[in-house]
Design a binder for this molecule. Structure first.
Ligand SMILES: Cc1ncc(COP(=O)(O)O)c(C=O)c1O
Length: 397
């Protein structure tokens, strides 16, 4: 073809994971694959009612263009929502986005040039890595343990980069119930990471879609709060705590960053739909959001417990897994000689699917890992699915 495409578009490939996930639709397969919320939680009747009310009372606003940083009413509702989870922000520190993926896009536009060094966790969120890769970022991965990113290692890598005259444009972290590992960064690590980032004047991107989904009630202060708002840009979304269909999210950051983000957003989509903002503002104001979150926690907690006890019961020696206390995912590490991509079709023959772990690593390491999602399958399917997965692993062992 004689058409010429941009360098950016040529950097985007069809993801290996998407190819694999089509097998999850095979009849009879129990899928721990996608990252979907349980659709039975969607408050359809409430949304019908609120949509009607919004159109009747504020249709003139809902169907109009709106301000780029967001509708006043929605920003106020967001601030009230955040306060329930320990975070304080002013309206000037908030910009509404069409979900977190747009937040990642905007922050990539804000910070990245071709070849810009950045720090990410190993493993990290695939959509984040894709957004950064698209901009040509040079990614440096920092391994994680049960307490989150290995901050000592991060410091070493930063020193090495410094010696080469390179300063990372940002550090990207998912501190609460991480996707894909389910791990939560400890308080001590959070504080050290902030100290390191502030000392070196490197922005810290805190991506936290699962923050509200704590099954134990314990919630550590966010990087945003611990930093006093200095140098941290926090990404939030309703995709996981309510539903992803309205694509509603927001960025919290110092006004200096927000002003630039707003200008970039104008060039991307002018504004997030006022219609959906007003519906969700009303949903929050009526106290429904807190109820939705409680229901999600009540639904997901037994699913996680079912998965953990089935793993304990069925997995052979040499298989290790994370023990999350919230979120939607759990991370499995098999003996090193097993590649989870190579055994994927054997798993499908055993009627179970998962997501292979390698693509979550910016350096494509750790082929012996996989991500398991427990929010979507029914609780009764979880034990059967894990038994089938353990049979697959025993067969290849
Ligand atoms: C860590 C993380 N960030 C961002 C997103 C994007 O979410 P959304 O664009 O639906 O808000 C996800 C979705 O899975 C995620 O896990």
């Amino acid at each position: 073809m004689a058409y010429e495409f941009s360098r950016v578009s040529n950097r985007i490939f069809r993801s290996e994971i998407r190819e694999i996930l089509k097998w999850t639709r095979k009849p009879g397969v129990i899928s721990f694959g996608g990252g979907l919320p349980d659709a039975e939680l969607f408050p359809i009747q409430d949304i019908i009612k609120i949509t009607r009310d919004v159109l009747e009372k504020k249709g003139y606003l809902a169907l109009q263009y709106g301000p780029t940083p967001g509708e006043d009413e929605f920003q106020e509702a967001l601030i009230a929502h955040m306060a329930q989870f320990g975070d304080v922000a002013s309206k000037e520190q908030v910009c509404v986005t069409s979900s977190s993926q747009q937040g990642l896009d905007l922050l990539s536009l804000l910070f990245l040039d071709e070849g810009s060094p950045i720090i990410v966790e190993l493993p990290s969120y695939l959509g984040g890595l894709q957004a950064f890769r698209r901009c040509g970022a040079e990614m440096h991965g920092i391994p994680m343990d049960d307490a989150g990113m290995d901050v000592d290692r991060a410091e070493k890598v930063l020193d090495e980069l410094d010696r080469d005259g390179k300063k990372p444009r940002f550090i990207y972290a998912i501190p609460d119930f991480q996707n894909p590992s389910g791990i939560t960064m400890s308080l001590e690590r959070r504080k050290r990471l902030i100290r390191i980032a502030q000392q070196r004047e490197i922005p810290l991107l805190e991506d936290s879609p699962y923050r509200e989904l704590s099954f134990t009630g314990d919630l550590l202060p966010s990087l945003w709060t611990l930093s006093g708002g200095e140098g941290v840009l926090q990404l939030r979304t309703f995709s996981k705590i309510l539903f992803p269909g309205m694509r509603m999210g927001w960025i919290v950051a110092d006004e200096l960053f927000i002003k630039k983000i707003v200008l970039l957003k104008q060039s991307v989509d002018l504004c997030t739909p006022s219609f959906t903002q007003l519906i969700l503002a009303e949903y929050i104001k009526r106290g429904r959001m807190s109820q939705s979150i409680e229901k999600a926690i009540e639904r997901y907690r037994p699913k996680l417990e079912a998965m953990l006890s089935a793993l304990e019961k069925y997995m052979p020696q040499g298989v290790k897994w994370s023990r999350p206390t919230g979120g939607m995912f759990l991370w499995l590490t098999l003996p090193e000689r097993i590649d989870t991509k190579e055994i994927f079709m054997t798993a499908i023959e055993h009627n179970v699917a998962y997501v292979i772990g390698r693509p979550f690593h910016c350096d494509l390491s750790c082929g012996n890992t996989m991500r398991l999602n427990y929010s979507f399958p029914a609780v009764q399917q979880i034990e059967t699915g894990i038994r089938q997965l353990s049979e697959t692993i025993k067969e290849v062992l």
